[in-house]
Write a protein that binds this ligand. Structure first.
Ligand SMILES: C=C(O[C@@H]1C=C(C(=O)O)C=C[C@H]1O)C(=O)O
Length: 488
């Protein structure tokens, strides 16, 4: 057994070496960086354990979709987006890099990539970017978001990929023109040795437990008074015809005497919100994470899938009350209108990029542990050669998180919301080397740094919205993370 394992390792090492040399030759002759990835089967992994137990100074990413695709990115072979200043901090974040610009850069890199993969590995097992974008690149000014720039898509050195019970490991290096690849190879070897130890088991129960056990202090960053004033201003602007809909968000900060257990938060969310996409990005000293019900866009086998998600109501405490509330949401004129605005915008944004769009006429109900939503799936077939990043460029921000008209809504949010959204409500996801992938809207999310977690939630505002009711709705949307932190 030992001999076999050693032979296998030596074989892998030789293949990595050969790949690095070939990449270096290609980089030297083309004058451009060349990505090289080696894919191998992996034992079954616990994605949350892999994410949280890697050294904190490493860039780390986790994506665990409702369809059970799991991706864990560790380390950074390369990052696309604005370059950081000293200490990994982004200053004067005006540095806007759009999804389409990232798409262009990625196309070039992916086209020249060298991949050594077993024939039975899935197409997306290879070089792949994981990351996301700020909600509004023009607004990123608060120090809380200092390690999260307008855009950051990372090509991890190590990528663990799981589909059902099959797992793969992709090890990636980048050969730079005129540079010796030995350093890159060495770093990759070091990480493999460090990270591929079996994860210690039995440290953490699969569910339960509070992430901030005692004496949790809650601080409103946009309390009821401030919220009311902001919503009333929005209603006035809507009645004046300056905009049709705007989504306004608030934030709370909770802190305790000890650092937040990111592992507990993730396990709580995974157990409580199985229909949602679990995501987490650890950059510098902060982790942005959440469990979102909202897909921004998925591109797979040239099929586009997105959804309109808008219109919300609380869950009932008895089955009868719950059914009555669901019925009331489906029948609510206001929520239907709020929802239709999103469907119309998705249709308009996607029509130029699609051959045919399938959109049901009636919304259906999507129910989470804390809320019911109105949802309409939107599907189509890609007409041109757009990547999923180009589709993100077309769609973000949808009126489910921005508003209509888009520019007026963004301007309103920028000048009235007291708290910088950072990556909340921005697109987060992944793109593979063929340009396919998936992005979600980073809702039901929070930014965790040390002992403090900052949580966000928002609501769509129309002419006849009621500030108190919307405040209560935003409180519902804070529940998944609040409960994870404070206990149920
Ligand atoms: C803005 C959020 O949610 C969005 C707004 C909704 C609404 O106004 O009904 C529903 C779902 C989301 O598209 C949030 O969760 O923070």
């Amino acid at each position: 057994m030992t001999t076999r394992a050693r032979t296998l390792d030596l074989g892998l090492d030789a293949r990595l070496h050969a790949l690095a040399r070939q990449a270096q030759r290609q980089a030297d002759s083309s004058g451009r960086p060349v990505v090289a990835t080696l894919v191998e089967p992996s034992p079954v992994q616990d994605p949350i354990a892999r994410f949280v137990r890697a050294p904190v100074e490493l860039t780390r990413a986790l994506w665990w979709g409702a369809d059970s695709l799991a991706l864990v990115g560790l380390g950074e072979a390369l990052a696309l987006g604005p370059a950081p200043c000293a200490g990994g901090v982004y200053q004067g974040h005006g540095l806007d890099v759009s999804p389409a610009e990232i798409a262009r850069e990625w196309r070039r890199l992916a086209a020249g990539a060298l991949v050594d993969a077993p024939s039975d590995s899935p197409a997306l097992a290879g070089p792949l970017l994981l990351g996301g974008f700020a909600f509004d690149p023009l607004r990123l000014t608060e120090p809380a978001w200092r390690s999260f720039p307008a855009a950051r898509l990372v090509l991890p050195r190590l990528l663990l990929l799981g589909e059902g019970d099959r797992w793969w490991l992709a090890s990636t290096l980048v050969a730079w023109p005129g540079r010796d690849p030995a350093g890159e190879l060495e770093e990759l070897r070091r990480l493999r040795a460090l990270l591929l130890q079996p994860a210690p088991s039995g440290c953490m129960p699969a569910t339960n437990g509070r992430a901030l056990p005692v004496e949790v202090v809650r601080r409103e960053l946009c309390g009821p008074e401030r919220w009311r004033a902001m919503v009333e201003r929005a209603i006035t602007a809507i009645r004046r015809g300056e905009l049709a809909k705007v989504v306004l968000a608030r934030a709370v900060e909770v802190s305790g005497p000890e650092p937040v257990s990111v592992e507990r938060v993730l396990r709580w969310l995974a157990a409580g919100y199985p229909g949602c996409t679990l995501f987490a990005f650890s950059y510098g000293d902060a982790v942005f994470l959440g469990a979102t019900p909202e897909r921004l866009v998925r591109l797979h086998a040239r099929r586009i899938e997105t959804m309109a998600l808008a219109g919300s109501i609380r869950r009932g405490t008895t089955p009868e009350e719950d059914a009555a509330l669901a019925g009331a949401l489906l029948a609510s004129e206001k929520d239907r209108q709020e929802h239709a605005v999103v469907v119309d915008e998705l249709r308009a944004a996607l029509a130029p990029a699609c051959r045919a769009l399938e959109i049901p006429r009636e919304p259906s109900l999507l129910s989470m542990r804390n809320v019911h939503h109105l949802a309409t799936p939107v599907r189509g077939e890609l007409a041109g050669d757009s990547t999923v990043l180009d589709l993100v460029e077309r769609l973000h921000p949808t009126p489910a998180v921005g508003g209509v008209p888009r520019a007026a809504a963004l301007a309103f949010i920028r000048s009235h919301e007291p708290v910088d959204r950072g990556w909340y409500a921005g697109p987060v996801g992944w793109v593979d080397r063929s340009g396919e992938g998936e992005f979600a809207v980073a809702l039901r999310s929070g930014l965790i740094r040390g002992r403090t977690a900052r949580l966000y939630a928002g609501c769509g505002i129309l002419a006849d919205s009621d500030p108190e009711a919307e405040y209560a709705e935003s409180e519902l949307k804070l529940q998944p993370l609040l409960r994870a932190l404070e206990g149920a």
